[in-house]
Design a protein around this ligand. Sequence first.
Ligand code: ATP
Ligand code: MG
Length: 366
Amino acid sequence: MSNPFRYQGPVDPTYLIDRRSELDGLQRAAANRVAIRLAAPRRFGKTSVLDAHAATMREAGHRAVRVDFSQVGSLADAAARVTSAFSALPADPRRAVGRWATRLGVSVAGISVSPAPRPVQADEARHALLELLDLPRTLYEADAGLTVVCLDEFQDLLVADDALDGLVRSVIQHHGDAAAYVYAGSQPSLMRSLFADRERPFYGQARPLELGGLPADEAGHDIEALMVDAGIDPGPAVDEVVALGAGHPQRTMLLAHHLFELLHADQRGDDPAREALDRALDETQDVHQGVWDGSSRLERLVLLALAEGRAPTGDRLAAEHRVARSSLHDALNRIADDGQHVERTPRAGPRLVDPLLGAWLLRRPR
Ligand SMILES: Nc1ncnc2c1ncn2[C@@H]1O[C@H](COP(=O)(O)OP(=O)(O)OP(=O)(O)O)[C@@H](O)[C@H]1O
Ligand SMILES: [Mg+2]
């Protein structure tokens, strides 16, 4: 019996916990041709949601693709990503995908070429992007059908070329009824600057959609059901790992994965949830060490305070470490604006995005 809890890469829509309201929102927006921006921290399930959305739209008879721009390095690379994603579309009237696949050295169904026959210049790559991104309009002119285009890790386009958002906008602004766009990104601060900075082409061009944590009751219910399906009676350990995961989708799955391994091997022990946490921390300690090493002294104080459940900018912490409260405030604002490790919640104030970072911080020898 293989472990049903995947914690790397997007999950199949059938294993998706919750996300119903987000998927409904995406569908309604597509029907109205309203563009959506979906920003969430790393590993919160953006790609999984995009894939589920695309699958639903295809089932409803529309065309849908997801373009993965993660760590795209150059204009040619961006064009290649669009080529390979758009190759999943039905035959395009102008055969742009096939032509550009050959030229850019992208292997797509039916065409296997790599690397590119000669180096691709920026101008040519720009031309490729303009032509390829316009494909939804060409298809619409042929059959009046909708194409849903999900641009994953959209902010990475700017790393390849600071003006790429302008180029993309120049094509897709003419798409009207032909296409519905979703822009997803895992760097909240970059996504904000792309869509909320008046100077940028996408300013005000997409409605934000929040992808928050997983609700504990649904996560617990679904995880337990999968355990029971595998003939395991997990007892209270499921609720315990769900609590340890604190709504973080990937961390919850990582903990559930290790819990499954333990219970499946009949190594329940006294406290299987605790043992699953130990294993998850072993597996992720490099990441936490990296966060720690990359933080300033003040940022470390803030992170530790959040892990301990203390006020990160309070008088007591400031006095204890002989620092000004304003300096703690600045440090907190810096990491919360960045959005990678600390998120601002409307009710509970700032909190650590990754519950395992919190657990790791508490275990650090002082
Ligand atoms: N709704 C969900 N139900 C169950 N597991 C989920 C869900 N969302 C995310 N996950 C877990 O998180 C992992 C990462 O999901 P996914 O790749 O979709 O996230 P992402 O935000 O696109 O990540 P990245 O920032 O690395 O691109 C999955 O392997 C799965 O374990
Ligand atoms: Mg992703």
